[in-house]
Each structure stands twice: as structure tokens, then as C-alpha cells.
Design a protein around this ligand. Structure first.
Ligand code: CUA
Length: 158
């Protein structure tokens, strides 16, 4: 069937408009919907073990920053790495964490640390450990059969 010239033009125009519309929707959905507000940095969840700083979980002294230490955690079903870590009393610490698989929680009882760890994103919080003792880290986001067993321990020592 032969298509009228004007019909063809309108068809192309229609598809063009649809494409622009879908692009706008897609871009705004990406910027507004998919990004958790507290997590700005992204990471490939498949490459957590080989991506700094997550290739070396644990406590590290840092220089020239607003905090004295960085404490790196990797969460995966159903554990945290490290499973236990010592932190000096009074240290200003930036806690940096991510998940290798599904969404996990990260709440250190008795502190103001309470984060959501989403695969693909890096969660961070700066805190000062003012009280000595043991602070249990628990997963407060349901993540599967081993959810209730998922924990770590921060020991604040003098
Ligand atoms: Cu991890 Cu619940």
C-alpha cells in the first residue's frame, strides 16, 4: 500500500515525540526514584571484594580528614566482615559499608549508627565512640532465612 507523504511525516513526528517523552520519563525516574537519599556513591556489587576500600574491611587510621579512622564493613547474607573490630575510645570514625547481595540493615545498638545497606550503593556515617564497651551490630532489614543470625561487634577500648 502506498503511504501518503503527509501521513508518513506525521508518523515520524509521532514516533519522535514518543521517544522524547519516554526519555524524559526514564531520566526523571532514574534521578528521582532509584536513588536512596543517604547513599550517594555507587559500586558494582559483583566487584565489592576487589574494590577499595571494601577489599580490606576493618579499621584504618587516616590522615588529613575530618575523621581519624575509617571503619569498612561488607555485608552479605548472612554476615558482616569484619565479624568483630576494636575501636579506640573517643575516636572519630567514618563508617563505610555496602552489601554484596541483597538489602541489609546496619544498626549499632547504643550508638547513632543506623544505616540501610543497598547493593550498588555505599552507605557512610561519621560518628564518635564516646563510651567504652561492646556494641552489637545487627541487621534490621529482613534479608532471608539467616537474617536474625546476622551480626557483628564493635568493641570500644581505652
Ligand atoms: Cu541482613 Cu537481615
Amino acid at each position: 500500500m502506498h503511504m501518503h507523504k503527509f501521513e508518513k511525516i506525521w508518523l515520524i513526528f509521532g514516533f519522535g515525540a514518543l521517544l522524547v517523552f519516554l526519555t524524559v520519563i526514564g531520566v526523571s525516574a532514574f534521578y528521582l526514584g532509584n536513588q536512596p537519599p543517604s547513599c550517594l556513591a555507587t559500586i558494582d556489587p559483583e566487584k565489592v571484594d576487589t574494590t577499595a576500600p571494601f577489599n580490606e574491611p576493618g579499621l584504618k587510621k587516616v590522615e588529613g580528614k575530618e575523621w581519624d579512622y575509617e571503619l569498612v564493613f561488607v555485608a552479605s547474607a548472612f554476615s558482616y566482615s569484619p565479624a568483630r573490630v576494636e575501636v579506640p575510645l573517643g575516636a572519630k570514625v567514618k563508617v563505610i559499608a555496602t552489601s554484596k547481595d541483597v538489602m541489609h540493615g546496619f544498626q549499632a545498638a547504643g550508638t547513632n549508627v543506623n544505616m540501610m545497606l543497598e547493593p550498588g550503593y555505599i552507605s557512610e556515617v561519621v560518628t564518635t565512640f564516646k563510651n567504652p564497651g561492646e556494641f552489637l551490630i545487627v541487621c534490621n532489614e529482613y534479608c532471608g532465612v539467616g537474617h536474625h543470625m546476622m551480626h557483628s561487634m564493635i568493641e570500644v577500648v581505652e
